[in-house]
Ligand binder design. Structure first.
Ligand code: KIV
Ligand code: ZN
Length: 512
């Protein structure tokens, strides 16, 4: 049976989702989980986009041992130099060079002739080959490229040494039959194509990314690119969990396998959602909260009699668990450490100790601690960004007939304490105005969401905010038994991210 390799680009194309801006620690944590999930390649970023991107690709490259680590690069030497610099410590590395080939891109973006495009693609692949054996060439907007010219570029890239040829549907324009036919045509026309890996890369503008990727598999590709939860530029990329489950559930039809460890899907999806602040819709296939919920009486009756009446996937098979309550205030350090391992964390001793202190503090506020509590707590306290400011205290005066007033005290990394008070249109607004004053930062709140991560009256509330300053947008999240405190923590964390980002001048746009 053919094995389909999974190329995950959550950390590159996924991070191009508007407003998503992951810290280095967050990227490493996601990469380690992707490795557990069993993906073949992890695109850790676009090293030339900024010094921060280069650092995070390098850090992921050092930490990942099983998967191949990839960096994207434009077809220019300086990008490839930076990509190699970031990848050179990887156990296994791949350089991903791209160049647009469609008439629209050639004419309006590149202002290059067909001959110049071929020449540049060949030069880029040859240059990348000086650094690494594995080189992927992507013909950006391939799906809208004249098939004769696409075949010419692909043939030239293979002759120059590309080992993977990727045919992106960059703008999500294809239908499944059309997209599959591009691969059939290329396989019929391009000499030597059987020696390289053929890859598909779809965007979801018309909601067909998964269908198009599956059509490409039927047409012979051996690599599928995509992201967890389908996040990404505009409407997003192919959701890898959907492809993996379609191939598994309909093995009878597709007759191919993957190396994906299906039981890690739920955990990976939840981690990506928490760290990016991109909440998974309840009805999202495979990983949505309602994906296995049966509401109608007829359906419930059927499922109770025999699950397969209305269920084609068992939730446990993708790692959803029903038993969530385990730890409590009598649990010791050992049990806590085991739980962290079971939940998939990769923490050193110092981080475990810090998490344990936070866990004990939570036990004082909450009787029963669920897995979700621990996940939220560790993500917020350990996998954070550099903490220029920390929330020390927040106080609020509120009455439905009076103007809410908040006072906040923040601790600054240099040891200073910043205290301020402000009135606002509501409790959250007054807290945020007080924080603005205390930090002296001018930011715009572009999004605010509260999610209940656990159940019951003493449930943990998780707040996601997105802040904008100039052209930088960041997300922050906070978790607490009190939603106002969670709101303040999320806001302070987002401000820390803005400060961290400001330290890094962008060499080229981080977005491709
Ligand atoms: O969608 C696209 O064309 C891309 C390429 C850079 C591979 O993401
Ligand atoms: Zn893309």
């Amino acid at each position: 049976m053919r094995t389909i390799e999974i190329f995950d680009t959550t950390l590159r194309d996924g991070e191009q989702s508007p407003g998503v801006n992951l810290s280095l620690n967050e990227k490493v944590e996601i990469a380690l989980q992707l490795e557990k999930l069993g993906v073949t390649r992890i695109e850790a970023g676009f090293a030339a986009a900024s010094p921060g991107d280069q650092r995070s690709v390098a850090e992921v490259a050092k930490k990942i041992k099983q998967a191949t680590v990839v960096s994207l690069a434009r077809s220019v030497e300086s990008d490839m130099d930076k990509a190699y610099e970031a990848l050179r410590h990887a156990e296994s590395a791949c350089m991903h060079v791209f160049l647009a080939t469609s008439p629209i891109h050639r004419q309006h973006k590149l202002r290059m002739s067909k001959e110049q495009v071929v020449e540049r693609a060949v030069a880029a692949v040859k240059y990348a080959k000086k650094y690494l054996t594995e080189v992927e060439f992507s013909a950006e907007d391939a799906a809208r490229t004249e098939i004769d010219f696409l075949a010419e570029v692909v043939e030239a890239a293979i002759k120059a040494g590309a080992t993977i040829i990727n045919i992106p549907d960059t703008v999500g324009y294809m239908t499944p039959v059309q997209y599959g036919n591009i691969f059939r045509e290329l396989q019929a026309r391009v000499p030597g194509i059987e020696k390289v890996k053929l890859s598909c890369h779809c965007h979801d503008d018309l909601g067909m990314a998964t269908a198009n990727s599956l059509a490409a598999i039927e047409a012979g590709v051996t690599q599928v690119e995509g992201t967890i939860n389908g996040i990404g530029e505009r409407a997003g990329n192919t959701a890898l969990e959907e492809v993996a489950l379609a191939l598994e559930t309909r093995k009878d039809y597709y007759q191919v396998g993957t190396n994906i460890n299906l039981k890690e899907i739920a955990r990976t999806s939840q981690l990506v959602s928490r760290l990016t602040g991109m909440i998974v819709p309840g009805n999202k296939a495979i990983v949505g909260a309602n994906a296995y919920a049966h509401e109608s009486g007829i359906h419930q009756d059927g499922v109770l009699k025999e699950a397969s009446t209305y269920e084609i996937i068992r939730p446990e098979s993708v790692g959803f668990k029903s038993n969530l309550l385990v730890l409590g205030k009598h649990s010791g350090r050992h049990a806590f450490k085991d739980k962290l391992t079971e939940l998939g964390y990769h923490l050193d001793q110092e981080e475990i100790d810090k998490a344990f202190v936070a866990f004990k503090e939570l036990c004082d506020k909450k009787k029963e601690i669920s897995d979700e509590d621990i996940l939220a707590l560790v993500d917020a306290k350990i996998i954070g960004v550099q903490e220029t400011y920390q929330l020390d205290s927040v106080q609020l005066s509120y009455g439905n007939q009076s103007v809410p007033t908040a006072s906040v005290r923040l601790l600054r990394a240099d040891g200073e304490t910043c205290e301020e008070a402000a009135c606002g249109n509501g409790s959250v607004d007054s807290i945020y105005k007080a924080i603005d004053r205390a930090t002296g930062e001018e930011v715009t709140l572009v999004d605010y969401k509260i999610v209940s991560v656990t159940h019951g009256k003493d449930a943990l509330g998780e707040v996601f905010v997105r802040l904008q300053q100039g052209d930088v947008t960041v997300q922050g999240r906070g978790v607490s038994t009190d939603v106002l405190e969670a709101s303040a923590i999320a806001y302070v964390r987002a401000i820390n991210k803005i400060i961290e980002r400001r330290g890094e001048p962008l060499a080229v746009s981080g977005k491709v």
